[in-house]
Design a protein around this ligand. Structure first.
Ligand code: NAI
Ligand code: 15L
Length: 273
């Protein structure tokens, strides 16, 4: 049967807030968790992923989990280790113990951030897009934690039969705000469509997908996402003219423009991106 009750971790965050609004229309009953209380959702579970008992209680009885909680940018290694590495382990271990069938893991483009972006004149039809099996090349400790999460998902499938879809999310915000994001943008509505596909496709084992809209300037191959039944409806192109007029075209000589991970590849990462 299709999953109905879904635990959404990181529900107070940017993506969590968007998905709280959009996923119920796809038929889900959401149980919310975050370390921060949520003003407009007093029913949300306030718990740290470090608290194994609380996490186990939170996953009990749900059909599936969308795991968004964690640090979402570069940070000192010790912080990433706690929230993203140990935190994701605690979540998977609780899911295994409670017999939850599937986790949708919010991985990131930064797990493969040091992959050179395709040249502007690359042809998508002639293999010009970054394939899903490109070697992992994290651009930060943050990206490394996402690489760990993907391996953890694979281990829990191979050893315990716990299914996962790892979604290497591009940039999921209301609108793209940079020229790079024209290639990586996932509209919130497409994000909800992709999570829905990841929750409902059959026999996913552990599947890794790129997460974006069907952007004209796409850099990566959406094939494994489409194979789940994902049909993106949006394209960032209407934002292109304004963003390029404001920021200029990407410059391949600029290290912060040369790779998939954008500014995350520089040391230290340059904010804002
Ligand atoms: P965010 O930083 O706005 O939200 C993350 C949430 O996780 C926060 O509400 C925070 O309180 C919670 N959290 C952090 N540590 C926690 C812990 N130890 N226990 C419980 N909750 C904890 O990030 P955003 O943008 O909403 O991203 C959500 C997820 O998607 C993150 O895992 C991020 O790495 C991933 N992602 C997001 C992208 C995007 O474009 N928004 C792109 C790629 C990946
Ligand atoms: C991410 O992984 C971050 O969580 C998000 O805040 C954006 O920076 C996104 O990648 C991006 O690369 O645009």
């Amino acid at each position: 049967p299709a999953p109905r009750t879904v635990l959404l971790t990181g529900a107070a965050g940017g993506l969590g807030t968007l998905m709280r609004e959009l996923l119920p229309a796809h038929g889900y009953e959401l149980r919310l968790l975050d370390v921060r209380p949520i003003d407009d959702a007093p029913q949300a579970i306030v718990a740290d992923l470090a608290d194994r008992d609380a996490v186990r209680e939170a996953v009990r009885g749900v059909d599936a989990i969308i795991h968004l909680a964690g640090i979402s940018l570069e940070a000192p290694f010790e912080k990433i280790l706690g929230a993203n590495i140990t935190g994701t382990y605690n979540l998977y271990e609780a899911a295994r113990e409670e017999g939850v069938q599937r986790v949708v893991f919010a991985s990131s483009n930064h797990a493969v951030g040091f992959t050179p972006r395709p040249p502007a004149d690359a042809s998508p039809d002639e293999g010009g897009l970054i394939p899903i099996d490109t070697p992992r090349r994290p651009d930060t400790f943050y990206g490394l934690s996402k690489s760990f999460g993907e391996d953890l998902a694979q281990l829990y499938w191979d050893k315990h039969g716990l299914e996962s879809v790892s979604v290497r999310i591009g940039s999921c915000f209301a609108e793209p705000t940079s020229v790079r994001m024209l290639s990586l943008w996932m509209s919130p509505a497409d994000g909800a469509r992709l999570f829905h596909a990841a929750l409902t496709a059959e026999n996913v084992g552990h599947t890794v997908v790129y997460g974006s809209s069907a952007n004209t300037r796409l850099w990566w191959d959406l094939g494994t996402a489409r194979a789940l039944g994902y049909e993106p409806q949006d394209d960032s192109e209407p934002y292109a003219e304004k963003l390029i007029a404001e920021q200029g075209e990407l410059d391949p000589e600029n290290i912060a423009h040369a790779y998939l991970g954008g500014h995350f590849v520089s040391d230290p990462p340059i904010w804002p991106y």
